[in-house]
Design a protein around this ligand. Structure first.
Ligand SMILES: Nc1nc2c(c(=O)[nH]1)N[C@H]1C(S)=C(S)[C@@H](COP(=O)(O)O)O[C@H]1N2
Ligand SMILES: [Mo]
Length: 357
Protein backbone atom coordinates (compact mmCIF):
# COMPACT_ATOMS: atom_id res chain seq x y z
CA UNK A 1 0.00 0.00 0.00
CA UNK A 2 1.24 3.43 -0.92
CA UNK A 3 0.25 5.02 2.38
CA UNK A 4 2.37 2.50 4.24
CA UNK A 5 5.44 3.53 2.25
CA UNK A 6 5.37 7.21 3.08
CA UNK A 7 8.82 8.23 4.37
CA UNK A 8 7.09 9.51 7.51
CA UNK A 9 6.63 5.93 8.75
CA UNK A 10 10.23 5.61 9.85
CA UNK A 11 12.23 5.21 13.06
CA UNK A 12 13.80 8.62 12.33
CA UNK A 13 10.37 10.17 12.91
CA UNK A 14 9.00 7.94 15.67
CA UNK A 15 12.21 8.19 17.74
CA UNK A 16 12.08 12.00 17.67
CA UNK A 17 8.39 12.21 18.54
CA UNK A 18 8.86 9.39 21.02
CA UNK A 19 11.41 11.40 22.98
CA UNK A 20 8.99 14.27 23.49
CA UNK A 21 6.09 11.96 24.17
CA UNK A 22 8.24 10.18 26.75
CA UNK A 23 9.06 13.51 28.41
CA UNK A 24 5.38 14.54 28.43
CA UNK A 25 4.26 11.19 29.88
CA UNK A 26 7.09 11.23 32.42
CA UNK A 27 6.16 14.71 33.67
CA UNK A 28 2.48 13.78 33.71
CA UNK A 29 3.16 10.59 35.69
CA UNK A 30 5.42 12.22 38.29
CA UNK A 31 3.15 15.22 38.84
CA UNK A 32 0.19 12.82 38.96
CA UNK A 33 1.88 10.89 41.78
CA UNK A 34 2.53 14.22 43.53
CA UNK A 35 -1.11 15.21 43.18
CA UNK A 36 -2.29 11.89 44.55
CA UNK A 37 0.10 12.16 47.49
CA UNK A 38 -1.06 15.72 48.23
CA UNK A 39 -4.73 14.73 48.13
CA UNK A 40 -4.49 11.34 49.84
CA UNK A 41 -1.21 11.50 51.80
CA UNK A 42 0.00 8.13 53.06
CA UNK A 43 0.92 8.14 56.76
CA UNK A 44 4.68 8.53 56.20
CA UNK A 45 4.37 11.42 53.77
CA UNK A 46 4.22 15.18 54.39
CA UNK A 47 3.24 17.38 51.46
CA UNK A 48 5.18 20.66 51.95
CA UNK A 49 3.27 23.88 52.62
CA UNK A 50 5.90 26.02 50.84
CA UNK A 51 6.39 27.43 48.31
CA UNK A 52 2.74 28.47 48.49
CA UNK A 53 2.32 27.81 44.75
CA UNK A 54 3.90 24.35 44.79
CA UNK A 55 0.64 22.51 44.13
CA UNK A 56 -0.41 25.11 41.59
CA UNK A 57 2.79 24.43 39.61
CA UNK A 58 2.78 20.63 39.87
CA UNK A 59 -0.89 20.39 38.91
CA UNK A 60 -0.49 22.91 36.09
CA UNK A 61 2.38 20.83 34.71
CA UNK A 62 0.28 17.67 35.11
CA UNK A 63 -2.62 18.96 33.07
CA UNK A 64 -0.54 20.77 30.44
CA UNK A 65 1.83 17.84 29.86
CA UNK A 66 -1.27 15.69 29.40
CA UNK A 67 -2.62 18.17 26.84
CA UNK A 68 0.74 18.17 25.01
CA UNK A 69 0.72 14.36 24.94
CA UNK A 70 -2.50 14.23 22.88
CA UNK A 71 -1.11 15.54 19.53
CA UNK A 72 2.22 13.82 20.23
CA UNK A 73 0.52 10.45 20.76
CA UNK A 74 -1.57 10.81 17.61
CA UNK A 75 1.51 11.74 15.54
CA UNK A 76 3.48 8.87 17.05
CA UNK A 77 0.76 6.38 16.19
CA UNK A 78 0.60 7.74 12.66
CA UNK A 79 4.36 7.30 12.29
CA UNK A 80 4.34 3.67 13.45
CA UNK A 81 0.97 2.17 12.58
CA UNK A 82 2.04 0.33 9.37
CA UNK A 83 4.34 -1.79 11.52
CA UNK A 84 1.33 -3.20 13.32
CA UNK A 85 0.24 -4.74 10.01
CA UNK A 86 3.59 -6.33 9.21
CA UNK A 87 3.61 -10.10 9.04
CA UNK A 88 5.08 -11.43 12.29
CA UNK A 89 8.40 -13.23 11.90
CA UNK A 90 8.98 -14.47 15.45
CA UNK A 91 5.57 -15.68 16.44
CA UNK A 92 5.72 -15.60 20.24
CA UNK A 93 8.03 -12.59 20.60
CA UNK A 94 6.02 -10.51 18.13
CA UNK A 95 2.73 -11.49 19.76
CA UNK A 96 4.03 -10.45 23.19
CA UNK A 97 5.42 -7.20 21.84
CA UNK A 98 2.13 -6.30 20.17
CA UNK A 99 0.22 -7.20 23.31
CA UNK A 100 2.43 -4.85 25.35
CA UNK A 101 1.87 -2.08 22.79
CA UNK A 102 -1.88 -2.70 22.98
CA UNK A 103 -1.77 -2.30 26.77
CA UNK A 104 0.33 0.86 26.45
CA UNK A 105 -1.88 2.47 23.82
CA UNK A 106 -5.11 1.60 25.66
CA UNK A 107 -3.80 2.89 29.00
CA UNK A 108 -2.41 6.05 27.39
CA UNK A 109 -5.68 6.78 25.56
CA UNK A 110 -7.66 6.08 28.71
CA UNK A 111 -5.53 8.47 30.77
CA UNK A 112 -5.67 11.30 28.24
CA UNK A 113 -9.38 10.90 27.53
CA UNK A 114 -10.47 10.53 31.18
CA UNK A 115 -8.25 13.49 32.12
CA UNK A 116 -9.84 15.63 29.41
CA UNK A 117 -13.35 14.69 30.54
CA UNK A 118 -12.33 15.50 34.11
CA UNK A 119 -11.12 19.01 33.30
CA UNK A 120 -14.36 19.53 31.40
CA UNK A 121 -16.15 18.38 34.60
CA UNK A 122 -17.99 15.73 32.66
CA UNK A 123 -18.21 12.21 34.09
CA UNK A 124 -20.04 10.11 31.50
CA UNK A 125 -19.03 6.83 33.18
CA UNK A 126 -19.71 4.77 36.27
CA UNK A 127 -16.25 4.37 37.77
CA UNK A 128 -14.70 6.78 40.30
CA UNK A 129 -12.35 9.02 38.33
CA UNK A 130 -9.67 9.58 40.97
CA UNK A 131 -8.90 5.91 41.72
CA UNK A 132 -9.19 4.67 38.15
CA UNK A 133 -7.11 7.46 36.63
CA UNK A 134 -4.44 6.82 39.27
CA UNK A 135 -4.35 3.04 38.73
CA UNK A 136 -4.26 3.33 34.93
CA UNK A 137 -1.37 5.79 35.31
CA UNK A 138 0.73 2.99 36.84
CA UNK A 139 -0.28 0.62 34.02
CA UNK A 140 0.71 3.20 31.39
CA UNK A 141 4.02 3.97 33.12
CA UNK A 142 4.91 0.28 33.45
CA UNK A 143 4.00 -0.48 29.83
CA UNK A 144 6.01 2.56 28.70
CA UNK A 145 9.15 1.39 30.50
CA UNK A 146 8.82 -2.08 28.91
CA UNK A 147 8.21 -0.49 25.51
CA UNK A 148 11.30 1.73 25.69
CA UNK A 149 13.48 -1.16 26.86
CA UNK A 150 12.28 -3.42 24.02
CA UNK A 151 12.64 -0.69 21.39
CA UNK A 152 16.03 0.65 22.49
CA UNK A 153 17.91 -0.68 19.42
CA UNK A 154 15.30 0.80 17.10
CA UNK A 155 15.32 4.12 18.97
CA UNK A 156 19.12 4.27 18.54
CA UNK A 157 18.77 3.48 14.84
CA UNK A 158 16.11 6.18 14.52
CA UNK A 159 18.34 8.86 15.99
CA UNK A 160 21.14 7.78 13.62
CA UNK A 161 18.83 8.17 10.62
CA UNK A 162 18.59 11.58 8.97
CA UNK A 163 15.21 13.26 8.71
CA UNK A 164 14.62 14.24 5.06
CA UNK A 165 12.42 17.16 3.95
CA UNK A 166 9.13 15.26 4.15
CA UNK A 167 9.93 13.89 7.59
CA UNK A 168 11.02 17.31 8.80
CA UNK A 169 7.74 18.80 7.58
CA UNK A 170 5.78 16.15 9.50
CA UNK A 171 7.84 16.79 12.64
CA UNK A 172 7.33 20.55 12.29
CA UNK A 173 3.57 20.06 12.02
CA UNK A 174 3.65 17.88 15.14
CA UNK A 175 5.58 20.48 17.19
CA UNK A 176 3.23 23.21 15.95
CA UNK A 177 0.11 21.25 16.85
CA UNK A 178 1.54 20.45 20.28
CA UNK A 179 2.48 24.08 20.94
CA UNK A 180 -0.94 25.25 19.77
CA UNK A 181 -2.74 22.77 22.06
CA UNK A 182 -0.73 23.93 25.07
CA UNK A 183 -1.09 27.65 24.32
CA UNK A 184 -4.81 27.28 23.69
CA UNK A 185 -5.32 25.90 27.20
CA UNK A 186 -2.44 27.11 29.42
CA UNK A 187 -4.36 30.29 30.33
CA UNK A 188 -6.26 28.26 32.93
CA UNK A 189 -3.21 28.47 35.12
CA UNK A 190 -0.73 30.94 33.54
CA UNK A 191 -2.31 34.39 33.87
CA UNK A 192 -0.34 36.08 31.04
CA UNK A 193 -1.70 33.51 28.58
CA UNK A 194 -5.36 34.08 29.48
CA UNK A 195 -6.04 36.20 26.41
CA UNK A 196 -4.74 33.74 23.87
CA UNK A 197 -6.01 30.57 25.52
CA UNK A 198 -9.22 30.21 23.55
CA UNK A 199 -9.89 26.70 24.86
CA UNK A 200 -9.20 27.44 28.55
CA UNK A 201 -11.94 25.70 30.52
CA UNK A 202 -12.02 28.19 33.41
CA UNK A 203 -11.69 31.94 33.38
CA UNK A 204 -11.56 34.31 36.34
CA UNK A 205 -15.09 35.43 35.47
CA UNK A 206 -16.79 34.27 38.68
CA UNK A 207 -17.88 36.40 41.62
CA UNK A 208 -15.05 38.43 43.20
CA UNK A 209 -12.79 37.75 40.20
CA UNK A 210 -12.36 34.04 40.95
CA UNK A 211 -13.75 30.97 39.23
CA UNK A 212 -16.26 28.82 41.13
CA UNK A 213 -16.35 25.05 40.88
CA UNK A 214 -19.40 24.27 42.97
CA UNK A 215 -21.86 27.02 43.78
CA UNK A 216 -23.68 27.32 47.10
CA UNK A 217 -26.92 26.48 45.29
CA UNK A 218 -25.44 23.36 43.67
CA UNK A 219 -24.16 22.25 47.08
CA UNK A 220 -27.55 22.96 48.68
CA UNK A 221 -25.91 25.18 51.29
CA UNK A 222 -27.94 27.61 53.35
CA UNK A 223 -26.36 29.34 56.30
CA UNK A 224 -28.70 28.85 59.29
CA UNK A 225 -29.78 31.68 61.58
CA UNK A 226 -27.44 31.80 64.54
CA UNK A 227 -24.60 30.05 62.67
CA UNK A 228 -21.56 29.34 64.85
CA UNK A 229 -18.15 27.92 64.10
CA UNK A 230 -17.49 25.02 66.45
CA UNK A 231 -13.93 24.12 67.41
CA UNK A 232 -13.87 20.69 69.04
CA UNK A 233 -11.10 18.56 70.52
CA UNK A 234 -11.02 15.42 72.64
CA UNK A 235 -12.52 16.61 75.87
CA UNK A 236 -13.91 19.99 74.94
CA UNK A 237 -15.32 22.45 72.43
CA UNK A 238 -15.82 26.14 71.84
CA UNK A 239 -18.10 28.13 69.53
CA UNK A 240 -17.50 31.42 67.72
CA UNK A 241 -19.98 33.74 66.05
CA UNK A 242 -18.90 35.42 62.83
CA UNK A 243 -18.45 38.70 64.72
CA UNK A 244 -16.21 36.94 67.25
CA UNK A 245 -14.11 35.46 64.44
CA UNK A 246 -13.82 38.89 62.82
CA UNK A 247 -12.70 40.37 66.16
CA UNK A 248 -9.69 38.02 66.39
CA UNK A 249 -6.36 39.14 64.86
CA UNK A 250 -6.72 38.91 61.08
CA UNK A 251 -4.03 38.01 58.60
CA UNK A 252 -4.04 38.79 54.88
CA UNK A 253 -2.17 36.65 52.37
CA UNK A 254 -1.98 36.27 48.59
CA UNK A 255 -2.64 32.58 48.00
CA UNK A 256 -3.78 30.59 44.99
CA UNK A 257 -6.69 28.23 44.64
CA UNK A 258 -5.30 25.44 42.50
CA UNK A 259 -7.95 23.00 41.35
CA UNK A 260 -6.99 19.41 40.54
CA UNK A 261 -8.52 20.14 37.14
CA UNK A 262 -5.52 22.35 36.39
CA UNK A 263 -7.08 25.81 36.66
CA UNK A 264 -5.71 28.12 39.29
CA UNK A 265 -6.11 31.72 40.39
CA UNK A 266 -4.52 33.88 43.06
CA UNK A 267 -6.47 36.15 45.39
CA UNK A 268 -5.92 38.14 48.53
CA UNK A 269 -7.49 36.28 51.43
CA UNK A 270 -8.10 37.67 54.91
CA UNK A 271 -9.02 35.64 57.95
CA UNK A 272 -7.88 34.00 61.16
CA UNK A 273 -4.84 31.68 61.01
CA UNK A 274 -6.19 28.25 61.99
CA UNK A 275 -3.38 27.85 64.49
CA UNK A 276 -4.32 31.11 66.28
CA UNK A 277 -7.95 30.04 66.32
CA UNK A 278 -7.05 26.74 68.00
CA UNK A 279 -5.00 28.64 70.56
CA UNK A 280 -7.89 31.04 71.19
CA UNK A 281 -10.22 28.08 71.70
CA UNK A 282 -7.77 26.34 74.01
CA UNK A 283 -7.05 23.33 71.76
CA UNK A 284 -3.77 21.62 70.79
CA UNK A 285 -2.11 22.82 67.58
CA UNK A 286 0.02 19.76 66.76
CA UNK A 287 -2.67 17.33 65.60
CA UNK A 288 -4.50 16.94 62.27
CA UNK A 289 -7.74 18.90 62.07
CA UNK A 290 -10.91 17.63 60.40
CA UNK A 291 -12.75 20.46 58.60
CA UNK A 292 -16.49 20.05 57.99
CA UNK A 293 -18.79 22.22 55.92
CA UNK A 294 -22.50 22.97 55.97
CA UNK A 295 -22.78 20.84 52.83
CA UNK A 296 -24.42 17.51 53.58
CA UNK A 297 -23.83 15.05 50.77
CA UNK A 298 -20.92 16.28 48.67
CA UNK A 299 -17.74 14.29 48.19
CA UNK A 300 -15.75 17.34 49.31
CA UNK A 301 -17.90 18.37 52.26
CA UNK A 302 -15.03 17.59 54.64
CA UNK A 303 -11.23 17.60 54.49
CA UNK A 304 -8.30 16.91 56.77
CA UNK A 305 -5.64 19.51 57.55
CA UNK A 306 -2.38 17.67 58.24
CA UNK A 307 -0.24 18.95 61.17
CA UNK A 308 2.19 20.74 58.82
CA UNK A 309 -0.70 22.77 57.42
CA UNK A 310 -2.23 23.39 60.85
CA UNK A 311 1.13 24.77 62.03
CA UNK A 312 1.61 27.06 59.01
CA UNK A 313 0.63 30.67 59.89
CA UNK A 314 -0.67 31.12 56.31
CA UNK A 315 -3.32 28.42 56.75
CA UNK A 316 -6.36 30.66 57.14
CA UNK A 317 -9.97 30.33 58.02
CA UNK A 318 -10.78 33.08 55.53
CA UNK A 319 -13.66 35.51 56.02
CA UNK A 320 -12.81 37.87 53.15
CA UNK A 321 -11.42 37.74 49.64
CA UNK A 322 -9.98 40.68 47.70
CA UNK A 323 -11.20 43.07 50.40
CA UNK A 324 -14.83 41.87 50.39
CA UNK A 325 -16.88 39.53 52.56
CA UNK A 326 -16.80 36.05 50.96
CA UNK A 327 -19.62 35.63 48.48
CA UNK A 328 -21.89 32.59 49.10
CA UNK A 329 -20.24 30.78 46.16
CA UNK A 330 -16.75 31.25 47.60
CA UNK A 331 -17.73 29.83 50.97
CA UNK A 332 -19.53 32.42 53.16
CA UNK A 333 -19.38 32.60 56.17
CA UNK A 334 -15.84 31.15 56.16
CA UNK A 335 -13.59 28.74 54.30
CA UNK A 336 -10.18 27.13 54.47
CA UNK A 337 -7.38 28.64 52.37
CA UNK A 338 -4.03 27.00 52.95
CA UNK A 339 -0.73 27.37 51.09
CA UNK A 340 0.19 24.65 48.53
CA UNK A 341 -3.02 22.68 49.02
CA UNK A 342 -5.14 20.98 46.33
CA UNK A 343 -8.26 23.06 45.57
CA UNK A 344 -10.62 20.23 46.49
CA UNK A 345 -9.33 20.43 50.07
CA UNK A 346 -9.91 24.21 50.39
CA UNK A 347 -13.24 23.51 52.07
CA UNK A 348 -15.97 26.15 51.75
CA UNK A 349 -18.90 26.92 54.11
CA UNK A 350 -16.95 25.68 57.13
CA UNK A 351 -18.96 25.01 60.27
CA UNK A 352 -16.72 22.75 62.40
CA UNK A 353 -13.03 22.20 63.08
CA UNK A 354 -12.26 19.01 64.94
CA UNK A 355 -8.81 18.46 66.42
CA UNK A 356 -8.04 14.75 66.01
CA UNK A 357 -7.01 12.68 69.06
N1 LIG B 1 -17.71 22.32 50.89
C1 LIG B 1 -17.09 22.30 49.70
N2 LIG B 1 -15.92 22.96 49.55
C2 LIG B 1 -15.26 22.96 48.36
C3 LIG B 1 -15.79 22.26 47.24
C4 LIG B 1 -17.01 21.56 47.41
O1 LIG B 1 -17.54 20.92 46.51
N3 LIG B 1 -17.63 21.62 48.65
N4 LIG B 1 -15.10 22.28 46.05
C5 LIG B 1 -13.64 22.45 46.16
C6 LIG B 1 -12.96 22.60 44.88
S1 LIG B 1 -12.91 21.23 43.88
C7 LIG B 1 -12.27 23.74 44.54
S2 LIG B 1 -11.29 23.80 43.19
C8 LIG B 1 -12.38 24.96 45.36
C9 LIG B 1 -12.82 26.12 44.47
O2 LIG B 1 -13.06 27.24 45.24
P1 LIG B 1 -13.93 28.44 44.62
O3 LIG B 1 -15.21 27.83 44.12
O4 LIG B 1 -14.11 29.44 45.69
O5 LIG B 1 -13.10 28.98 43.47
O6 LIG B 1 -13.30 24.81 46.41
C10 LIG B 1 -13.25 23.58 47.08
N5 LIG B 1 -14.10 23.64 48.26
MO1 LIG C 1 -11.32 21.59 42.30
Amino acid sequence: MKLFRSPVHAPAVSARIGLWLGIAFGLCFLTGLASHAAQHPPGWFVWPTRPVSLYRVTQGVHVLSGIAAIPLLLAKLWAVYPRLFERPTRLLADALERLSILVLVCAAFFELASGLFNVAQSYPWRFFFVETHYAAGWVAAGALVVHIAVKLPRIRAGWGERADAERRAFLRTTWLATGAAVLATAGVTVPVLRRISVLAWRSPGGPQGLPVNRTAAAAGVQVPEGWRLTVAWPGGSAAFTLAELAALDQRTARLPIACVEGWSATAEWTGVPVRDLLVAAGARTDRPVRVSSLERAGLYATSLLPPAHVADPLTLLALRVNGQTLSPDHGYPCRVIAPSRPGVLQTKWVTRLEVQP
